[in-house]
Design a protein around this ligand. Sequence first.
Ligand code: GLV
Ligand code: MN
Ligand code: MN
Length: 411
Amino acid sequence: MNATDLRIDPARLARRLEALAEIGAIEGGGVCRLALTDEDKAGRDRVLGWMKELGLAVTIDGIGNGVGVRAGREGGAPVMTGSHIDTVRTGGRYDGNLGVLAGLEVIQVLNDAGITTRRPLAVAFFTNEEGARFAPDMMGSLVYAGGLSREDALATRGIDGTTVAENLDRIGYAGPAPCGDNRVHAFVELHIEQGPVLDIEGVTIGAVDSVQGISWREYTVNGVSNHAGTTPMRLRHDAGYVAGAVVAHARELAREMGGDQVATVGSLRLSPDLVNVIAHTAVFTVDLRNTDEAMLQQAEGRMETKVAALAAAEEVEVSSRSLARFPPVAFDADMVRRVERIAGSLGHSVRRITSGAGHDAGIMAALCPTAMIFVPSVGGISHNVAEYTKPEDLEAGANVLLQTLLELAGA
Ligand code: GLV
Ligand code: MN
Ligand code: MN
């Protein structure tokens, strides 16, 4: 059989997606496998088991990234695919998981067909892509690609106050492989779009040409607690008020800037968090994203100015720290064209698309020619238990991945 005629087995891919989604399953069909929790460990164990069954040579590096390699006829840097298997607390079953499990499906197809590629092939799952427990997001791939030191990553404290190092040790995934043994010939990641574009347009494949820039900042506002009934409005130093005004400003800022600007306050904690007590402390996050670096910087500047003005007027103290900062990424033009061409040759509709979400591929692009393949998210819903991609679209995306990897690795 000609290698270009090879196709993935959609039922087998669906079975693995199902089996991984059992771990950390939550109401509504979703998954909670926050990075480096017991659920993440159980998910990792399952994926590692599959990698070994498929005959991959598996390594775990010092930040917990798992890489399974299938030898090629020649040595040298592998063609790599992969993604992440950690989720947000209210995640779906496809975000990240699809990319890893489609990679394993590709390996199984080649095993069954008895094909050895010229270059080695590798399937990776990167630690803490989500950043929902430990910031920054894309932590594992960032360390892998040399954009963050392993030491700094390990010292990161999460939302529960514990460190990456403690949790990595606890789940037994501080591996012996060196971080940054990072020779990769090319990287290709299959992912759900997580937005509405492909679904609305009825297009099956997105050839991702760019990823928008991401700026995450955490603010801490310190005011004064007092009685909610007795304290005149003019005498308040209300941390909750400042936080609320920033939530409203985020919406206003994005509306005023227009274009691709988005702004979100996704986490907000007030202390002491009681009905009749003015909050003395507010800790909240601001997520700003734009496809254009200059516009993203403008949004950051406007947000800083607004927060300072609100704090001055309310006479409260504000401090902040960056949780994550990634400039926009443009993928290798030849790789994008390759995905487009292969999708077309398999009979799928295809369009170029910008990723609104962050991805390990965006980090790997610093290391080697990189591409992403998107498949539609029904209703554009993601980071939600209702996240769904139709079986035929999963199949189409995995077949584009298969043929892209085969071409890059040399059948
Ligand atoms: C990470 O996956 C993000 O885009 O928030
Ligand atoms: Mn993802
Ligand atoms: Mn995600």
